[in-house]
Write a protein that binds this ligand. Structure first.
Ligand code: HEM
Length: 522
């Protein structure tokens, strides 16, 4: 089996928009199907782009429209609000596993917003033994599924006790979802004004039968909403906290922004309100912090894969042949952390997002000069990261478009630059004014991009806004130093986890304010 890893923004875009290259079970997605369904029924993520996938995607997308975000905003905010209450109940400075806490928030957001049910994960985090049956089950099933990716031959060893145990974790997870589908059924017929995920799934029709989805079809579709959204959102927020804790100047700007909107806990405003939807949309700096976190730590770090099993596919105006059967990987982490695509990719710099079009490819003249004339093989490891596979380097004479763009820019006089870039664009896309492709794709791009993106954004921004309004967070002394935290990173089915926990000391803002005023008066 041949596989190619890609991190050139132009080629990534072509792959993601190609109708010839599609998701295929053999590219790792088979295990996602196994995990979600005991009957091999498709789910939205691992399905090929069939008529059935299209019908479900189109129906479910309604639940994630911007009007749905506005209309259900309080519900989306409520899990973050509950987490603030839980943390206020802890002793100041307590070391808390924020990764676990944010997993709980994400589970509750999806259950409340998507299924009009409260899974109660945040309250489990606040009390008792901290266990939560559903969260523990999905975490365990994900971990076991990862074992199959590491050792695909395990499928053949189904009779071994440890492999049977893995399959059992899938069945346990599915049984939670079977119960959820039972509850969904009890709400039928759905009311006309209900556009929640569960209502949309119940409305959906299988194009091959013209009938509503069966329970066996609904289970993996509902499961996918949790699986695709729970750890992706939680790890992004966790990495944001990890980065903010190391950049006090970023936290100071964030605090100033919250204060300017009346959202910060201060002695005059000890219980600040949760942001309104309008206010949340105006928190530009917070949004840039999240974008920059998603650049450095894309949740789906391993990206996505495509394959054309029966026909060669040609990319880059015929310059690149992808032989049939080759698996192409769009490596999000490499694309977003390569010095061939970004200035100082290693810096956590939310300010870079103030520039319009920051998510688009742009010429990197210095880099092109360095390699013009000598297309050496070179490894790109700007962050010495396990996922930074050298995807822009190629053997032979092939010059990837990002480097071609940089060379064109480097060779043009400044007065001719615009014309040279338009010409490049025309040669590349047929349209001199076409926007350059994206170099920031944490939610992916094209027809298989994340359908839950609007919910993820609103949930992450509202949770972080409420947490930072009330607390300052510092990496716990019980954790390794920041480099040690990164050394513990692990993959859970393509999603980059900060090991199994990330403990932070939680300092209430009101207490910090009174300490500061005490210092000033003494
Ligand atoms: C920060 C949070 C999130 C990130 C970074 C993220 C990222 C992604 C990515 C990269 C994909 C493409 C996966 C692939 O090609 O295999 C994807 C697909 C998907 N995501 Fe998300 N996601 C997030 C949150 C959510 C949430 C909250 C939901 C729903 C509750 C969701 C539901 C889905 C679904 C259903 C798909 C499959 C779409 C399709 O193929 O039609 N995601 N997501």
């Amino acid at each position: 089996m041949q596989a190619v890893a890609v991190a050139d923004p132009f080629i990534c875009q072509e792959i993601l928009h190609s109708t010839e290259l599609d998701k295929r079970p053999n590219t790792g997605y088979w295990i996602v199907t196994e995990m979600m369904s005991a009957h091999n029924e498709p789910n939205l993520v691992s399905s090929e782009s069939t008529a059935y996938w299209r019908a479900v995607r189109k129906t479910v997308a309604v639940a994630f429209s911007s009007s749905a975000m506005r209309n259900n905003f309080e519900q989306i905010c409520s899990a973050g609000q509950d987490m603030v209450k839980v943390l206020k109940g802890k002793p100041p400075g307590e070391s808390v596993d924020m990764f676990r806490g944010l997993l709980c928030v994400s589970v509750d957001v999806i259950s409340r917003f998507g299924f009009k049910k409260d899974f109660g994960a945040v309250s489990s985090f606040g009390g008792g033994d901290g266990r939560h049956d559903f969260l523990d089950s999905i975490l365990l099933a994900t971990k076991e599924a990862q074992e199959f990716l590491k050792k695909p031959y395990r499928q053949l060893l189904w009779f071994l006790p440890e492999v049977k145990k893995s399959y059992q974790t899938f069945r346990d997870f599915q049984s939670f979802m079977e119960k959820l589908v039972c509850d969904m059924r009890s709400s039928e017929p759905v009311s006309e004004d209900d556009n929640s995920v569960s209502a949309q799934l119940l409305r959906c029709k299988d194009p091959s039968t013209g009938q509503p989805l069966t329970d066996q079809q609904l289970v993996p579709m509902a499961s996918m909403m949790f699986w695709a959204g729970y750890d992706t959102s939680a790890v992004t927020m966790t990495w944001a906290m990890y980065m903010i804790a190391q950049h006090p100047q970023v936290e100071a700007k964030l605090v100033a922004e919250l204060k300017a909107h009346g959202l910060l806990a201060t002695p005059d405003n000890p219980n600040p309100p949760a942001p309104t939807y309008k206010q949340l949309m105006e928190l530009d700096y917070l949004s840039h912090v999240v974008q920059e976190t998603q650049r450095l730590y894309p949740a789906v770090a391993f990206g996505t894969s495509r394959c054309s099993p029966h026909k060669d596919v040609y990319l880059d105006n015929g310059r690149l042949r992808v032989p049939k059967g080759t698996i192409v990987w769009v490596l999000t982490h490499s694309l977003q952390n390569s010095s061939f695509t970004w200035e100082h990719p290693e810096r956590f710099d939310p300010g870079r997002w103030e520039q319009q079009g920051a998510d688009q490819a742009s010429p990197m003249p210095g880099k092109a000069r360095a390699i013009i004339g000598s297309m050496e093989r070179h490894a790109s490891k700007p962050l010495d990261h396990p996922f930074n596979i050298a995807a822009e380097s190629q053997a032979g004479n092939y010059e990837p478009p990002q480097l071609r763009l940089s060379r064109v820019a480097a060779q043009a006089q400044s007065s001719e630059l615009e014309a040279a870039l338009s010409k490049f664009n025309e040669q590349q896309t047929g349209d001199p004014k076409a926007p350059l492709p994206k170099r920031w794709i944490p939610f992916m791009d094209g027809r298989r991009s994340c359908v839950g993106q609007p919910l993820a954004k609103v949930a992450m921004l509202s949770t972080l806004a409420q947490l930072y309004a009330n607390f300052s967070m510092e990496l716990s002394q019980a954790m390794p130093d920041p480099a040690g935290v990164r050394a513990k990173e692990s993959l859970a089915l393509a999603v980059l986890h900060p090991g199994s926990s990330l403990h932070m000391h939680i300092h209430p803002r009101l207490q910090l304010a009174s300490q500061e005023s005490g210092h000033e008066s003494s």
